[in-house]
Design a protein around this ligand. Sequence first.
Ligand code: NAP
Length: 259
Amino acid sequence: MASERKSRGVALVTGASRGIGAGIAARLAEEGYDVAVLDVLESQETVAAVERAGGKGLSVVGDVTKAADRTAALGKIRATFGRLDVLVNNAGVAPKVRADVLEASEESYDRVMTINLKGPYFLTQAVAKWMIEQHGAAPEKWRCIVNISSMSSYVASPSRGEYCLSKAGVSMATKLWAARLAEYGVGVYEIQPGIIKTEMTKVVTEKYDKLIAEGITPIKRWGVPEDIARAVAACVRGDLAFSTGEVINVDGGYHLRIL
Ligand code: NAP
């Protein structure tokens, strides 16, 4: 735990023991936030990065799909910090095996949908109730929720249909929470990452190296976690305070239709 600085608030980032979530947690600490991490693994490296940036860090081991873990995590954040201003729903998984939609299993469907959509949906519900309570006590304070979805929200990949469905669901969840929470001063945003270099994309490195070299993205490089983290920081700072339910593509321009 570090520092004399004045905290701007407290953020919870899920799935931040590594990858995009770790980048977001470190960036939010640089923005002045204390950061709790909920991940199935201990997040000591992320906590250390948060503390190097001058924030207080808290690693909570838990599974976003389990109601008891969600409740315990929020209880621990309440006991440690007494408040929560920002939720970043980042934890997510790809299917263990890429299987054609004609062959895909119910088991994989349930796993991916539960982790990517159901868990974050009910975590958001619990956090939203707490944010509404905090709004009553401090209505001037800016609060926000950021969902990390994917370009798979709108790109059909028949070899991982369950992933696409889960991310399309996250896009609707963004709209639902944005509509419901606006009156309580909570902005809700969605970041749609493109091809980002993390553990998740390690298995498809060669494929994406080739596609990027051939120009699949107008900006010819892999994205990195910091690209996503900067976009999250803009949302959290309140730079988009008169926007809610907004989708931000962080994809090297992949979403453009180019003739
Ligand atoms: P990653 O490196 O695999 O990191 C995801 C983290 O979430 C891991 O630490 C993982 O733990 C954790 N996690 C998984 N299931 C969880 C659960 N039930 N409860 C709590 N934590 C859990 O993935 P990433 O590339 O950083 O992806 C982060 C987010 O960005 C995901 O939602 C992903 O869909 C999205 N995204 C990524 C890309 C990309 O190109 N990388 C593109 C578009 C969208 P384990 O070690 O157990 O897996």
